[in-house]
Design a protein around this ligand. Structure first.
Ligand code: ACO
Length: 323
């Protein structure tokens, strides 16, 4: 059977770093408050010349380099983002053009912080369905552009960046020892819409709007939803937490990550943490963390890797793959 296998990973971060200390000059907050509640110490913030498309393109080029491929080898691009360059066309199409591609097809996926998990699942289904052989799956965000910079309860939490993987169709045996994506589960529940949303849009206010969040409410639901969907994936694969080599969760808050790992029984040393360096980069956070873990020599070929995300909507999901 066909398995969608990761062949390369790459990332791109804006040049400018903003530390918690920098926020102390703008708002009534402190490095200590932010670090203690969230684990965040710094984040990257895009300058005017850095956009979701330019960061996504840079991450894609690095993933292609890591895979030893060129844009000519790709026939699908899926970009997970809630901060597209324009309402339309899709940022994926803009990246396709920037890469000089005329072949294949490209589209955006909008599932907020779960975007990358949704996008890699979608790319996997396109590959296994025979519509594509090699896909670029990109998570790219410029959340700094939709933050209310006067609201200390939200603006300290987010950052900008992009990560990408090249997924490739490979023949597998249909067993859990295959390389590639082995199990996936997606969920959403729109009744939670008001807990994390943007208060603008083309069809309502004709503005871009700002991110609004009831942080405590999100926190309350996060751990239960995350662990539920991961247990689903474990059930599908017939594995337990002990079989996992690396847990690469969405990087929103270290306390949510720690509580989820503890509830699932995943050992601390298997958890990849980048929230301290990047803040919450929404759909970019999982591929940024994957790239970090690979470049540090942690994730190696054959390792069993668990991805997870949860975000606005709510949306949530998990993907199990062998690297
Ligand atoms: N600096 C200083 N004080 C602050 C700040 C700040 N940046 N922000 C809020 N406060 C104050 C509040 O005003 C409040 O003060 P009060 O008691 O005088 O009213 C106090 O700190 C406590 O506020 P809470 O909101 O209750 O703080 P809490 O402990 O819940 O932490 C946080 C807030 C960090 C947002 C937490 O709720 C959280 O992490 N929630 C999850 C949200 C999240 O991660 N969302 C990301 C997107 S969703 C996802 O990706 C999963």
């Amino acid at each position: 059977m066909i398995r969608s296998t990761v062949r390369g990973v790459g990332a791109a971060l804006p040049r400018r770093i903003m530390t918690n200390k920098d926020f102390e000059k703008l708002l009534e907050t402190s490095d200590e408050w932010i670090a203690q509640r969230t684990g965040i110490r710094q984040r990257h913030i895009a300058s005017d010349d850095e956009t979701t498309a330019s960061l996504g393109e840079a991450a894609a080029r690095r993933a292609l380099d890591a895979a030893g491929l060129t844009p000519a080898d790709i026939d699908l691009i899926v970009v997970a983002t809630s901060t597209p360059n324009n309402t339309f066309p899709a940022t994926a199409v803009e990246i396709q053009e920037r890469l000089g591609m005329r072949q294949g097809f490209a589209f955006d996926m909008q599932a907020v912080c779960s975007g990358f998990v949704y996008a890699i699942t979608s790319a996997d289904l396109h590959i296994r369905g025979g519509l594509a052989k090699r896909a670029l799956v990109i998570g790219s965000e410029t959340f700094s552009r939709i933050l209310d910079w006067t609201d200390r309860t939200t603006c300290v939490l987010f950052g900008d960046g992009a990560g990408a993987v090249v997924l490739e169709a490979r023949e597998g045996q249909g067993t859990m020892s295959d390389r590639g994506i082995l199990a996936e589960a997606l969920r959403s529940d729109g009744s939670h819409k008001d807990k994390l949303y943007v208060d603008g849009g083309p069809s309502t206010t004709q503005t871009v709007g700002h991110l609004r969040m009831q942080g405590r409410e999100v926190f309350k639901h996060a751990v239960g939803m995350i662990t539920d969907v991961i247990e689903d994936v474990f059930g599908q694969a017939g594995i337990t937490a002990e079989d996992i080599d690396w847990f690469v969760p969405h990087q929103a808050n270290k306390r949510i990550i720690d509580a989820s790992a503890k509830k699932l029984g995943i050992a601390e040393e298997k958890v990849v943490i980048t929230v301290d360096m990047h803040g919450n980069t929404s759909a970019a956070s999982v591929p940024l963390a994957l790239n970090q873990a690979v470049s540090e020599g942690k994730i190696k070929e054959g390792d069993l890797v668990l991805l997870e995300a949860m975000g606005g909507g709510f949306t949530w999901g998990a993907v199990l793959l062998r690297w």
